[in-house]
Write a protein that binds this ligand. Sequence first.
Ligand code: ASP
Length: 353
Amino acid sequence: MKFAPGSSACKFNDRSCRTIAGRARRTYSRDMTVAPVPTAPLRPVPRHLLAIEAMPAAEITRFLNLAQRYVDQNRSPDKKRDLLHGKTLVNLFFENSTRTRTSFELAGKRLGADVINMAVAVSSIKKGETLIDTAMTLNAMHLDVLVVRHPESGAVKLLADKVNCVVINAGDGHHEHPTQALLDGLTIRLRRGHLDGLKVAICGDILHSRVARSNIHLLNAMGAHVRVVAPPTLLPADIARLGAEVHHRMESGLADVDIVMMLRLQTERMSGQYVPSIREYFHFFGLTREKLKAARPDALIMHPGPMNRGVEIDSEVADDIKRSVILDQVELGVAVRMACLDLLTRDTNSTTG
Ligand code: ASP
């Protein structure tokens, strides 16, 4: 079952219901006089990070500015703070992950939170518990932050509507991966000093990529020019609406760009054949030194990982220490996630329901 954002599955329990439930409810007796019913005290309304779409540039800049400060902290010998002391963060991953899960764990621990990684393979979810049951069970344990990755688009929003803690989307299906776009934005900003006016080519399996969607939204909001380069079979039907210039050839797509962002062929989300063969795909769409000649001489190479060398990217360019910022992306991922935990828990603490 797909939980598309905005679908009825997502809407039936929106935030307003929860807010109303937190206030003193009133019931009407037979003579229509209003009798107040005591309820639980007001709880802060949690602030979530579910998507980059519709996030204003000022908000994105706020995350990036704070993350930049955490970059310095992470490079110093004294990496730990007690900002989140007493708070509990749960990493709930329904899909495999190396970078994202580890960096959320490091980010939480560096800010002093207690971090628990829920192994979905051995949890009750495998025994048939539904997503909502899991959410309600975790909610009863008074978590502060829930970081969720799920294979279905919209599932993280559905869960966020049910719990009283901050929820961060660590990737939902092919919908969004907001912290990846923030760390990509920070990587570019640290190397180039700004995002506005830059030409960015996102290449490869756009159709199945949440990274592409979040990045298109972020880069457009920040004033960059976005191109997508892919065969027609790997482009979503609504690509023009997302705000990207479409290219089907690497030579034209990479012409004069400042940034080349490569994506993995996401076979786990494919049903059917999208490319004739891996060999042919690499021939036409794999990033090689030859194809890179079309880009600006100082163009940066990015990849969210995991990389498939010899499929979407040649090792020679992936490991080029002058051009490739792939390891910077990994490093900055921790700082960005610290900034997200800091800001979201801070905003939640200061908000009343
Ligand atoms: N790690 C990224 C994601 O979770 C990209 C990928 O898997 O290819 O979407």
